[in-house]
Design a protein around this ligand. Structure first.
Ligand SMILES: *Cc1c(COP(=O)(O)O)cnc(C)c1O
Length: 464
């Protein structure tokens, strides 16, 4: 399987190459040239498989040029062996025909583990074969950093540098990153905000001279392997609630459009999906687009669901590519325009998207009310992102007969302040494998908000 850029000009790559790059050289994102398609009979035959077994079935067509099925199965089994629940992604019913899929049983308690545990091992596998070392550089405002570090900590071939805004991430989130120690793990606390961190990471990808030839790999959701790994749990949920014999709806707390894009791909691969609900907070660029075909950027707002606090939703480009007949030059033009002005797409293309997607934006006040309501109904404590997913699912539901699955993207214990603010008296407890988080030793380096200082630090560490 080859991968092509959404902007049509970069060379096509195979899976190994696409895993080890960031953005395509033409500024686009890589997508598979075509999707594998599974028949209803094939999907039905997967009922009862374990999560890793199902993962191999769903993902192998994407990687078959680069890995034998034995190699891939071993990597997948290893990736999901450290999850704290034997179902890996269990479903819990919260009301009539309504479920949450718990995607917080990985090592760092957010759904990002499902992709990054796999990605870290895949990267390590190919680098071992090549006898090569790389550097990973990323910025985080919360969940990505710890999940990326956990995924790569054991790799002898990777030095990972994660920038976070000093004093501006929650204590649980900071501790999850800074208590992971290892000679190849580098936590940089930058005296600036998240945008400063992200800007310096972008600048470093743009000019890599400071790395003395060491390649740089991206771990944010522009990396195709992350999207690929997320397709699996849509099939897993679907099979659990009756697919392929009946259609399933999903509601997904969304920021960069990575997680929900994986649901869209699952549908195009044969899973009967009747509806995808985009659930956002006040950073609602996607909701405004789905409501009235207007794409315009607005300033960042800080909310109680910080992992969805974004201005530009980067993976949306991958959907726009499909909506424009996979025409790279048409899309390059559109993306150029979107950076400068408010944009609408042609009516028939927008209507096509609306056949599948609905959207809903939830402010902080309603987020808290949703946490409180779900607790009152079920005694389940949900995190603020999941609470937005439930609220949006209930507001947008088209068909009461189709089971609705809400993706629970983080464990509530990551956001205890929001839970308390919602008036839930019970405190969300960290699971056993994290229970001593507040006793563990932290390690991070505080650096000024200055590109040269960051790059000099990276350079020095790589020489060691
Ligand atoms: C990253 C994250 C999201 C948003 O996921 P996208 O793939 O960017 O849409 C939602 N909830 C939580 C808890 C997250 O960590």
């Amino acid at each position: 399987m080859k991968y092509v850029s959404t902007r049509g000009k970069a060379p096509a790559l195979n899976f190994e190459e696409v895993l080890l790059t960031g953005l395509a050289s033409d500024g686009g994102l890589y997508v598979p040239e075509f999707l594998p398609h599974f028949t209803p009979e094939e999907i039905a035959s997967w009922a009862g498989l374990s999560y890793p077994e199902l993962a191999v079935k769903v993902m192998y067509p994407f990687v078959e040029d680069s890995l034998s099925i034995e190699e891939f199965s071993a990597i997948v089994n290893d990736a999901y062996s450290e999850f704290a629940h034997s179902a890996v992604a269990p479903l819990k019913q919260i009301s009539a025909n309504e479920w949450v899929m718990e995607l917080f049983h990985g090592p760092t308690l957010a759904f990002k583990d499902y992709a990054l545990q796999l990605l870290g091992r895949l990267v390590d596998h190919f680098l071992e074969k090549r006898g090569q070392k790389v550097a990973i550089l990323g910025a985080t405002s919360g969940d990505t950093g710890s999940a990326a570090i956990e995924g790569c900590r054991h790799s002898k071939h990777v030095d990972i540098f994660i920038l976070h805004p000093h004093g501006r991430v929650s204590e649980v989130q900071r501790r999850q990153m800074t208590t992971i120690t290892g000679d190849n793990v580098h936590n940089l606390a930058v005296e600036g905000n998240f945008d400063d961190c992200q800007r310096m990471v972008k600048a470093s990808f743009g000019d890599q001279a400071f790395l003395d030839g060491r390649p740089l790999v991206a771990v944010n959701s522009i990396n195709w392997a992350r999207i690929m790994a997320q397709i699996v749990y849509y099939f897993h949920a679907g099979l659990s609630v009756g697919a392929p014999h009946r259609s399933v709806a999903f509601s997904v707390p969304t920021g960069n459009f990575g997680d929900i894009f994986a649901g869209y791909l699952a549908r195009n691969m044969g899973l009967p999906v009747s509806q995808l609900v985009i659930a956002t907070n006040r950073n609602d660029v996607l909701h405004r687009f789905m409501s009235n075909n207007q794409y315009n950027l607005q300033p960042l707002q800080h909310t109680l669901s910080p992992s969805m606090d974004i201005v530009v939703s980067s993976n949306f480009e991958r959907l726009l590519f499909d909506l424009h007949g996979r025409n790279g030059s048409l899309l390059a033009e559109l993306m150029e325009k979107m950076n400068k002005e408010d944009v609408a797409i042609e009516e028939y293309r927008w209507r096509h998207a609306r056949e599948l997607f609905d959207s809903y934006a939830v402010d902080d006040e309603s987020t808290l009310a949703s946490i409180d309501q779900i607790y009152a109904e079920t005694e389940e404590i949900v995190d603020p992102h999941t609470a937005i997913g439930v609220k949006a699912a209930r507001a947008c539901r088209r068909d009461k007969k189709a089971p609705m699955v809400i993706l629970a993207t983080a464990h509530a214990a990551k956001f205890p302040e929001a839970v308390a603010k919602a008036g839930v008296e019970e405190e969300p407890k960290l699971p056993a494998h994290m229970a001593d988080l507040f006793e563990r030793e932290e390690r991070f380096t505080v650096l000024p908000n200055d590109l040269q200082a960051i790059q000099r630090f990276v350079q020095d560490q790589l020489k060691k």
